[in-house]
Design a protein around this ligand. Structure first.
Ligand SMILES: Cc1cc2nc3c(=O)[nH]c(=O)nc-3n(C[C@H](O)[C@H](O)[C@H](O)COP(=O)(O)OP(=O)(O)OC[C@H]3O[C@@H](n4cnc5c(N)ncnc54)[C@H](O)[C@@H]3O)c2cc1C
Length: 403
């Protein structure tokens, strides 16, 4: 179906992105991405700089502010080509500046804020993190309790944020804080969107160890941190609307269609060489059927994503039903990891290596279990599966609009 949507210009564009992806990433870095290895901040920054030089880091910004005028199909092709070529991901946690704050500034920032804040995002000199969740506010984000109290030209920020990905790398945080504590006000109506200097006095970042033994989560504490009023995006108490303005894009990205395709290819490659009772797994019907079932689900998700893109191109972007993609995409992603681990069995214990000598299969098995455990979080991040189901039930079955 994708092919049917493409014009000759789209095909030329795809070839251009493919050539760039092939040539721009150093083979050693590409290998580590293919292996699912942990990358450093420097790896990500260098890759984002390369994208930026090409004008491709800020693709979702308004064209006037440095974005591109691509059709949704081109955005899709772009993401797919980079993922299939094993380029470092620039997702919402690893590209908060370019993918989250940049578009928010384009839409809601003042002229002064755009001039001051967009260039360091574009040249990757400032790294941003996202401070929405709190120990008592995740799915029910509107109950957040971090307080910002006005004091002259500053807010004084007190509270804590949790699960803040890569806060230990960050120079700044996009932070939701309560600026109106009147119990009569709707909780959503008393929140402001603030930009916090992570190097300011009173900010403490404490790592949260994860089961896959990588450091990406943190808890961040604010002890009377001063935030200039000029670092508030939009009006006071209007932060909720601003924070949610990217939700649709976020859920489309969260479906991870290209990443899924890539991992299914890996599962096939492994199944060609991993032996069970002396025969490659791919020659066993029971394994082939499991793989085929996941491949069919992947194609269904791809078709749904393309249908939504087609509707967007025709001027009617999908509404809350896009939660379907997030729900199905992330659940499928986890099932593929389960199948991959089943396929290599005890070899997924990092101390062992699959002795295949097959050059098509990267050293993925060494990190497979760590990445499988990481993928467990995908059905929680950006709105859990239960929350997506609730949105679907309310908006599609109950006749209400929810988000
Ligand atoms: C990989 C990863 C990266 C993340 N990065 C960031 C980040 O950079 N910045 C940030 O701010 N946050 C981040 N988060 C946090 C994420 O946004 C929250 O984990 C998420 O919103 C869920 O909130 P919670 O963890 O408080 O769980 P809860 O909201 O406490 O949910 C616990 C369980 O209850 C269920 N539940 C909750 N409400 C309902 C309901 N109404 N109906 C049915 N079931 C319900 C949930 O589905 C879940 O299973 C990240 C999370 C993950 C996993």
């Amino acid at each position: 179906m994708l092919e049917a949507l493409l014009t000759d210009d789209d095909r030329r564009f795809r070839a251009e992105v493919r050539a760039f992806a092939r040539d721009a990433v150093a083979p050693e870095l590409r290998r580590r991405v293919a292996d699912g290895a942990e990358l450093s901040k420097q790896d990500y920054v260098e890759w984002q700089k390369l994208l930026s030089q090409r004008g491709w880091l800020t693709t979702t910004w308004t064209e006037h502010d440095g974005g591109v005028n691509w059709s949704p199909v081109r955005h899709y092709l772009f993401e797919e080509e980079l993922a299939l070529a094993d380029c470092p991901p620039v997702g919402l946690t690893l590209g908060v500046g370019a993918k989250l704050l940049g578009p928010i500034l384009c839409e809601h920032g003042s002229a002064e804020q755009k001039q001051r804040l967009l260039p360091p995002i574009r040249d990757c000199s400032v790294w941003w993190c996202q401070g929405y969740s709190e120990p008592g506010a995740g799915s029910d984000l509107a109950s957040l309790a971090t307080r910002a109290v006005r004091d002259g030209d500053d807010y004084v920020l007190t509270g804590t944020k949790i699960w803040t990905s890569y806060a230990h790398w960050a120079d700044g945080m996009c932070c939701l804080a309560r600026t109106d504590r009147d119990p009569e006000t709707r909780p959503q109506a008393g929140i402001s969107f603030l930009l916090v200097d992570m190097h300011a006095p009173g900010v403490t970042v404490r790592p949260i160890p994860t089961i896959n033994r990588r450091h990406f989560f943190n808890q961040v504490f604010f002890d009377a941190v001063r935030v200039p009023v000029g670092n508030r995006i939009g009006a006071e108490n209007d932060g909720w609307r601003i924070a949610k303005s990217l939700l649709l894009h976020e859920r489309l990205a969260a479906a991870r269609v290209a990443e899924t395709t890539k991992r299914l290819k890996l599962a096939r490659a492994i199944a060609r060489v991993a032996l069970f009772h002396g025969k490659p797994l791919l020659e066993h019907d029971w394994f082939r059927m499991q793989l085929a079932a996941l491949e069919i689900q992947a194609r269904a998700i791809e078709q749904t994503a393309l249908r939504y893109l087609g509707e967007t191109m025709a001027g009617t972007p999908p509404g809350p039903e896009i939660a379907l993609l997030k729900l199905r995409g992330t659940e499928l992603y986890q099932k593929i990891y389960d199948l991959l681990c089943d396929a290599i069995g005890e070899e997924s214990i990092p101390l062992k290596r699959l002795k295949t000598g097959d050059a098509d299969i990267p050293g993925y098995w060494q990190t497979l279990n760590a990445n499988r455990l990481y993928a467990r979080g995908f059905t929680v991040a950006a709105g859990s599966s239960e929350v997506q189901r609730e949105i679907l039930a309310k908006s599609l079955l109950g006749g209400q609009r929810a988000s």
